[in-house]
Design a protein around this ligand. Sequence first.
Ligand SMILES: [Zn+2]
Length: 320
Amino acid sequence: MKIPNSLLEKSDKGTPKAIILFIGETKAFNLLFRQTHSTLILLSEVVKMMKFNAILALIFSSVSMASDFSCPDGKTYPVSLTFDDGPAGAKTLKALDILKKNDVKGTFFVLGENFDSEEKRKANYPILERMKREGHTIGSHTFNHIPHTAVSTERAFSNIDRATELLKGYMAPIVRLPYGDGSFATSKPEKKLASEKVMKHIKEKGLTHVGWSIDTNDWDVKKRPFVLESMMKQICQQHGGVILFHDIHQNTIDHLEGWISELKKAGHRIEPLNYFYKNLDSNVVSKKEDFMGYCQSNQNKSMPIDNLSKKINEICNKIK
Ligand SMILES: [Zn+2]
C-alpha cells in the first residue's frame, strides 16, 4: 500500500501526520465505542425499566381488577337476585334497565295490592309484561304486606289467594310471604300452628314458598351504608344463595349496578332462581320445595347458626 506523501509529512512537533490521524481516529472510535456502549447500557436500562413498568402495570391492573370482596377461601359462588314489594313505577323500570344492560335475570315478588284498581293495573301490568319478555321470573308477595301468622286464618288465606288471582298469567307458581312470616321454624306453639296452616294452604294451591338466604337489609336506612359489605360477607360465609332486595327503594336502584359489578368482580355467578330451585323456570315450578342446586353448592360447608341457615340445612339433609 502506498502511503500518500502528505501523510508522511511531519507535523510541527515532528510526529508524522498519519500517526496523529490514527491516534485521533482511535480516540474518536473509543469515544464512539464508549458512547455506543453507554447508549447500549442506557438502552438496556430503558428496556429493563420498560419491563419493570410493564410488570408494574400488570400488577397494578390485576390489583385494580381484583375485588375488595373476594372470598377469603379464594372461591366464587352462585347467587340469585330477588326484588320484593313492587312494582314501583320508574324505580322498577330502572332496575329492569340495569338488569338488561348487565345481562342478569332476576325474580320480582310483587304485591297484589298494586293491581287493585284500573289505574294501577294500567300502570303495572305493562311492567309485568316487560319482566316476562326480558326473561325475569315473577312471584306473588301476597296481596297486602301483612304478617300472615298475626292475622286470622281466613284473612291470611284470602290475602294469598287474592294476589294469585290478580297475577294470573304473569306469575310463576311461587310465593314469598311478607317478612317470610309463616315460613320460618318457630318454637312458639301458636305461631307454629299458624305457620303450618299458611304453608299448607300455599302447598294446596300448587304454590312453592321461596325464601331468601342473603338479607341485604336494603330497606333499613341505618344499614344502607353496609349493604354491599354485608351482602358480600354473607355470600362468602354461606357459599352463595338467594339475595333479597327491594325495588321500591331509590337507594337500592341507585346502587344496583355497582353491586352487580362488585358481585361479578368477585367472580360470583348471578344465576336465575331456578339454579336454586331446580325445577323452576319462568312459568313452571316443581310443587315440592327444591333446594337441590343450593345444597349441591353448599356441600361440606360450615353454616352460620341462625334460624334460616338451620332451616336450609334441614332441607338439604332431607333431600340428600
Ligand atoms: Zn316485602
